[in-house]
Ligand binder design. Structure first.
Ligand SMILES: N[C@@H](CCC(=O)N[C@@H](CS)C(=O)NCC(=O)O)C(=O)O
Length: 248
């Protein structure tokens, strides 16, 4: 791939949904980048050193030959337009591009907001030894409310965003940055109890087919970048199983 290839630094934590989307995008498109790993749960984003790079204290963040940028969707758009990547990622055609932008904007307060809250309040905030002050304290009522919102968002993806004969969002024939962003968010739900995952995704056949299609279009990088998340999912499921067996 041609384009600017030197000096790109990518600050990521592969347990972070938006950070994985940017990392996969770079790796799949052969965008040369130095991946710098930080640990959100350790408070690495809140250090004075990190604030020099991003005072909003979030990953992903990039520094491209001195140009600092955060917010995963802004980063994906920036890289898609400054590097020589295939058009389907972020089409030049104004209408197709606007549809991708619309999904990306919708994502923040719908899928992202609710998936983040349910994962924080059901899983992260109850992990033994979790550092205080990084995530909100456990609140079951917030998790329940998030589940309602998440169900609504998933139903919208299933019935509206995937309502075309082609397998990608907004009836695109090939994968876009919107597919990548939303799928990385949905993958975080692997941390929930299996029964809850089944409730949320089991009957949503279009979403299931789409998840497979996005993985297929971005593998092996998709699975490589998700390996830490999959490891954590297994650890959580094993822990729940042992607890259940011990209580019998
Ligand atoms: N809207 C942002 C969300 C970024 C975000 O929430 N990142 C979290 C990890 S998933 C983070 O860096 N948190 C660090 C902290 O709060 O200390 C994006 O899409 O990039």
């Amino acid at each position: 791939m041609a384009g600017r290839s030197t000096g790109l630094k990518l600050y990521v934590d592969l347990l972070s949904q938006p950070a994985r989307a940017v990392t996969i995008f770079c790796r799949v498109n052969g965008i040369e980048a130095e991946e710098i790993y930080v640990q959100v749960a350790n408070g690495d984003c809140r250090t004075e050193e990190f604030k020099q790079i991003n005072s909003a204290c979030k990953v992903p963040t990039i520094v491209d030959d001195g140009f600092k940028l955060h917010e995963s969707h802004a980063i994906l758009r920036y890289l898609a337009t400054t590097r020589n990547v295939a058009d389907h990622w972020y089409p030049q055609d104004p209408e197709r591009r606007a549809l991708i932008d619309s999904v990306l904007d919708w994502h923040h307060l719908n899928l992202r907001y609710n998936a983040f809250l349910i994962i924080v309040h059901r899983v992260i905030s109850v992990l033994p030894g979790i550092k205080k002050g990084i995530y909100p304290e456990h609140n079951e009522a917030v998790a329940e409310e998030a589940k309602v919102g998440l169900n609504r968002a998933l139903e919208y993806v299933e019935t509206v965003l995937l309502n075309g004969p082609n397998e990608f969002l907004e009836n695109q024939k090939e994968v876009s940055i919107a597919d990548l962003s939303l799928v990385c968010e949905i993958k975080q739900l692997l941390w929930l109890e299996s029964s809850e995952q089944e409730e949320l995704l089991g009957s949503r056949k279009r979403i299931q087919a789409w998840l497979e299609a996005v993985e297929k279009a971005t593998n092996p990088q998709f699975n490589e970048v998700h390996s830490k998340l999959y490891g954590m999912a297994k650890h959580l499921q094993d822990g729940r199983k042992s607890k259940e067996e011990a209580s019998q």
